[in-house]
Ligand binder design. Structure first.
Ligand code: CA
Ligand code: CA
Ligand code: CA
Length: 308
């Protein structure tokens, strides 16, 4: 097993933070620490995670306690599995920050008997969902509304362009995963992984996370990792991000003059397009809750900061 100094140093931090949450909700930067280079560090748990199972009927495991990557044995039907995970980077790292390091950590629950296998992270290029299906084995359970499946981004009406997921064929990071239950595996901070997370911050409306791809050729290469629903909090996936903030921008101070006032309100008003309005680049600053729309919820934040 390979673990960088970065990850070893922060695994304790992860354990402490993960143990403190039972919801899988993202952790706020306010509780972040600093790394050896002085960058702030934040620990983010998944926004959602799921598995695409290459089965003849639509199966998924949106609410299951694990995600899978690789291929089952003959007894399991030789099912190819791809884990998908996304993280709310923009909700946890201040806008304008520079990402200096990033690492994804998964904990192995169990594995097929094939020994070490390389699993790579690929940036997803389409949005996908997580329903209420709970699969216990390596072939998932019948998909429920909103679940990602091998064919669907959101079961039953929305589809990937490419069955098995739309993702960048170039890996952002790779890690060899063994077979010992309870072991943690970190996809280390490669330049591409850092670039991915920077993009997830800057262009958060296009942040759909990563797909984990294993050995899909040979039987018994499946790895079962704890998901955000896992009952053991410290086993849940975590994305560790180091960043340097650009200053302390006040939410909704979009003309950047240090105060939220009527000038900002004048710019805000034309940006309120409603839930289907999308996000004009000029309006991005007003999307205070990072949901890719400027709505009354964002106005509430503008109001809260008014005069400050
Ligand atoms: Ca899940
Ligand atoms: Ca202002
Ligand atoms: Ca918003």
């Amino acid at each position: 097993m390979k673990r960088s100094i970065f990850n070893v140093a922060w695994r304790m931090c992860v354990g402490i933070v993960a143990a403190s949450t039972a919801t899988g909700a993202p952790h706020k930067a306010a509780g972040s620490a600093a790394d050896q280079n002085g960058s702030e560090i934040v620990i983010i748990t998944p926004r959602q995670d799921n598995t695409l199972f290459n089965t003849t009927v639509d199966r998924s495991s949106g609410a299951g306690d694990a995600v899978f990557s690789g291929r089952t044995g003959v007894g399991g039907g030789g099912t190819v599995q791809r884990a998908v995970l996304s993280f709310d980077v923009a909700g946890n790292v201040p806008p304008g920050s520079t990402i200096t390091a990033a690492s994804l950590t998964l904990t192995l629950v169990s594995a097929g008997p094939s020994g070490d296998q390389t699993h790579s992270l690929h940036r997803l290029t389409a949005d996908w969902g997580e329903g209420t299906s709970v699969g216990f084995g390596g072939s998932g359970a019948p998909a429920t509304p909103g679940d990602a499946t091998w064919s669907h981004t959101f079961f039953p009406d929305s589809f990937w362009i490419n069955p098995g997921g739309d993702f960048d064929p170039a890996a952002s990071a790779a890690q060899v995963v063994g077979i010992t239950p309870g072991m943690t595996y970190a996809w280390d901070s490669t330049p591409q992984l850092v670039a991915d997370v920077q993009d997830m911050l800057d262009d958060y409306c296009g942040n759909f996370g990563w797909l984990v791809q294993g050995n899909e050729i040979d039987f018994n290469t499946a790895k079962k990792f704890a998901s955000k629903e896992n009952l053991t909090p410290e086993w849940r996936p975590v994305l560790m991000v180091s960043f340097e903030r650009a200053g302390s921008p006040k939410p909704a101070d979009c003309n950047n003059d240090g105060v939220v006032d009527l000038l900002d309100y004048a710019d805000f008003a034309p940006c309120t397009l409603g839930p289907l309005g999308g996000l004009d680049p000029e309006c991005k600053c007003f999307d205070v809750d990072f949901d890719c729309n400027v709505t009354l919820k964002d106005f509430a934040s503008l109001q809260k900061n008014f005069g400050e």
